[in-house]
Design a protein. Structure first.
Length: 777
């Protein structure tokens, strides 16, 4: 028997479930009553006799047996007050009653209850749910948190993602309210294999995408979760139509503006990956992004706009608003499942405050989560709860400011700012600890703070689930920390723009180069702009920090490239030509383990402006341009690097005759090229026709010609079309494998994903009446 988690239902949902189950089981229709006016009645059946059957639905899933007995005593009093006594009384409870307890309840309720058949405890309710699959499908939260489905989700959540663990799924399902947005998301994804869920911060993008992913995992799809690099997903994506996979890329254009400036995944890679997904059976891609970020990305990324994805309406679900009833259900779920104390719970009902919240102009789900969170409410006196609720609604931009200013001590603020400076997402525990210690030591030394033992762990404990979240890779055991959601990063960015002193304290205590380069800018309107005065004063401090910063790098030589990048980016008017030359001349690039493409690209573009460094690069171009080529991420990077030779008065004759350099170019080009991304949409019919007629050689020839043309186009993008014959022979292109994939995919069966039975259907309902019933006490 499947086990169902009845605790994900609120009390009103439990009543509705009981009504549906009994109507099926007894083949009669029940009336449902508003709580508080029922005189001891939740459901009633009246045929020829008033109150012929009365049902009480008591959720009591995690209460105690003694509490249940106390409630039963109250029900007996209510029933005895009825003018028309029931012929039959049924008690339904989510409480797990033993046989002895059932007998005891029957005795307590006699003569109202005739026998134990009219007591439905947890096991009997679960049996009924399993008996009537249509009811199981209706209550999506029950279905997705049942043991059978949960096991499928946990099994298919590949790569050890602790985001998809039992406790988190149950928690998210508890708060979930089925809306038309979910239906639209399902239909768009099924039709196009690709879905972008967009919307303003806090509108519910991640919640819908999360439940959608869980839905697919339950259907047997494996999860490929993209953290930062699309390459990880490309490596895991199977070519077989029998392998069902869904790729989830949360906040895919970056959690903040800094990622628009230096995107983690190039536009060409993203487009190529999307096209690969769309032409594959049983492969789906779900992406989320904020509306403003998506619009900026469309403006910023020329290729994105030129592609077939320019009209995103076909693929995009933009969550703009919710119906009044949806808002009410979201609020009620958060109130019911939050665990807030009764006195604060009452404040939501006082003078119908719940209606004021539902109708508030600033209503959005994340704000509702904030005002119902025990993390916030536990810190507020009961008498101030109402003020807190409406101050938060009236000033939503201040919610993080209030929590930061009023609820965090200085050490906790240090840790939050340290996480931000490191990037704010997927930061390893050791890295965060080291950077925090550097900040803490600075504050003790410079600002007189007193050292407290275990300050890192204590601060971490306070911030978790209030400002930040942790995630553990179940395969590697690696623990990482991220902001709870992107709005925390937004708050910190805006806060730092107005608090130069805090910016200075961050910069003066950095332990890693990236604490400078991730968000802080010298000449940009995005990110956090550093003034000329601040940078001028910081130069001396930066040089004092430099030995420790270089020690924190993967290796000193790659650290030197980052150092050059910082000096040229942040201190171009201060750094001397002699210093730049000294760093160049002591950098052995052959021992570099890792060089960031954006950094080496910037260095090569800027350092040519100095005579001595220009001459140095010109005489050592093989080392620097080879490293740049090896760091390239796509074809346009290759083109950009080759275009920089002109800065150093070098031409194609110079670099094309260097065997070692050309070998490096050839190797990187062939590493970046993917035959699996080739577009055969125009030739596929001819290829398949020849193949099935037995003309395998002709089919293979068409594939080889298509791959040849595709490779040539790739070389064109690299500005290397003249080297086709030289490079193509060394490319690892398996034409036979590509042909097999085309044959397998062509006319293959439909996708296995079919959620139609779980999609919520529209039904006519009086919203105001339903809201009244929901909040009736």
């Amino acid at each position: 028997m499947a086990l169902y988690n009845l605790e994900v239902l609120n009390d009103k949902e439990f009543e509705e479930l009981c009504k549906d189950l009994l109507e099926k089981e007894l083949n009669i229709s029940f009336q449902i009553f508003k709580t508080g006016r029922d005189k001891g009645i939740d459901l009633r059946y009246a045929n020829n006799v008033e109150n012929e059957i009365i049902v009480q639905a008591k959720r009591f899933g995690r209460s105690t047996y003694s509490n249940l007995k106390t409630e039963i005593k109250k029900e007996i009093i209510s029933i005895n007050k009825l003018t028309s006594k029931p012929k039959r009384y049924i008690l339904m409870t989510a409480f797990d009653l033993s046989l002895g307890q059932v007998d005891e309840v029957v005795l307590q309720l006699k003569p109202i209850v005739k026998n134990s058949q009219d007591i439905y405890s947890r096991d009997r309710i679960m049996n009924l749910i399993e008996k009537y699959p249509e009811i199981e499908k209706k209550y999506y939260k029950l279905w997705i948190t049942s043991t059978n489905v949960l096991n499928l989700i946990l099994h298919n959540g590949v790569n050890g993602r602790s985001e998809f663990v039992k406790e988190k799924i149950i928690k998210k399902a508890s708060f979930y309210v089925p809306t038309l947005n979910f239906n639209v998301a399902v239909n768009k994804l099924k039709e196009n294999h690709f879905l972008i869920i967009s919307g303003e911060p806090g509108i519910g993008k991640t919640t819908i995408s999360y439940l959608l992913i869980c839905d697919m995992l339950a259907d047997g799809y494996e999860l490929i979760y993209v953290d930062d690099h699309l390459k990880d997903a490309e490596d895991l994506l199977s070519k077989s139509a029998d392998v069902k996979q869904v790729v989830f890329f949360d906040d895919f254009f970056g959690a903040n503006l800094s990622e628009i400036i230096n995107p983690r995944n190039s536009e060409g890679k993203i487009l190529s990956f999307i096209e690969r997904i769309q032409t594959s059976t049983n492969k789906f891609l779900v992406m989320t992004t904020r509306t403003t970020i998506l619009k900026q990305a469309q403006y910023r990324f020329e290729k994105f706009n030129r592609s077939g994805l320019a009209d995103l309406s076909k693929y995009e679900l933009e969550i703009k608003s919710y119906s009044k009833l949806d808002k009410a259900r979201i609020l009620y779920n958060h109130m019911f499942h939050s665990g807030m104390i009764a006195e604060q719970y009452d404040m939501f009902f006082k003078s119908q405050n719940y209606l004021k919240i539902i109708n508030h102009r600033n209503y959005f789900p994340r704000l509702i989560e904030f005002i119902t969170s025990t993390n916030q409410l536990n810190k507020i006196p009961v008498k101030e709860t109402e003020t807190f609720i409406f101050n938060s609604l009236d000033n939503p931009q201040e919610i993080w400011h209030f929590a930061y200013d009023q609820q965090l001590n200085e050490e906790e603020k240090f840790l939050l700012m340290t996480l931000f400076s490191l990037g704010g997402y997927n930061i390893g525990s050791a890295e965060l600890h080291k950077a925090f210690d550097a900040r803490y030591e600075y504050e003790i030394r410079e600002n007189g703070f007193i050292l407290h033992s275990n300050s890192f762990q204590q601060s971490l404990k306070k911030l978790l689930d209030g400002f930040i979240k942790s995630e553990k890779n179940l395969n590697t055991g690696r623990l990482t920390f991220s902001f709870l959601n992107p709005s925390v990063a937004d708050f910190v960015i805006n806060f730092l723009k107005d608090h130069t002193t805090e910016v200075k304290r961050i910069l003066y205590s950095v332990a890693y180069f990236k604490q400078i380069t991730t968000y802080f800018r010298s000449d940009s309107t995005t990110g956090i702009k550093l003034s000329e005065t601040l940078l001028k004063n910081y130069y001396f401090r930066f040089n004092k920090l430099l030995p420790k910063l270089l020690d924190s790098c993967r290796d000193k030589m790659s650290g030197n490239i980052t150092l050059l990048y910082i000096l040229l980016q942040y201190f171009p008017d201060i750094v001397t030509e002699e210093r730049l030359l000294q760093i160049l001349s002591t950098t052995d690039l052959k021992s570099c383990q890792y060089v960031d493409y954006n950094e080496i690209n910037f260095v090569l573009r800027k350092i040519d402006e100095y005579n001595t460094t220009n001459s140095y690069i010109k005489s050592h171009w093989q080392e620097y341009f080879t490293v740049a080529i090896e760091a390239a991420k796509e074809s346009y990077d290759i083109s950009s690097i080759l275009g920089m030779f002109g800065y150093y008065e070098l031409n194609e004759d110079d670099w094309s005759k260097d065997e070692d350099f050309m070998s490096a170019v050839q190797l990187r080009v062939n590493q970046l090229y993917s035959a699996g991304d080739a577009d055969f949409s125009k030739e596929q019919d001819d290829i398949i026709t020849n193949y099935h007629r037995g003309y395998t050689d002709e089919a293979l020839s068409l594939v080889q010609q298509g791959l040849s043309n595709d490779y040539l186009n790739f070389l064109n993008n690299c500005d290397l079309s003249n080297y086709y014959e030289e490079f193509y022979d060394y490319a690892d292109i398996d034409s036979s494998s590509v042909l097999s994939s085309l044959v397998d995919d062509y006319g293959s069966r439909d996708d296995d994903y079919d959620p139609s039975g779980r999609i919520t259907r529209n039904r006519t309902i009086d919203e105001n009446s339903e809201i009244d019933r929901l909040f009736e006490r």
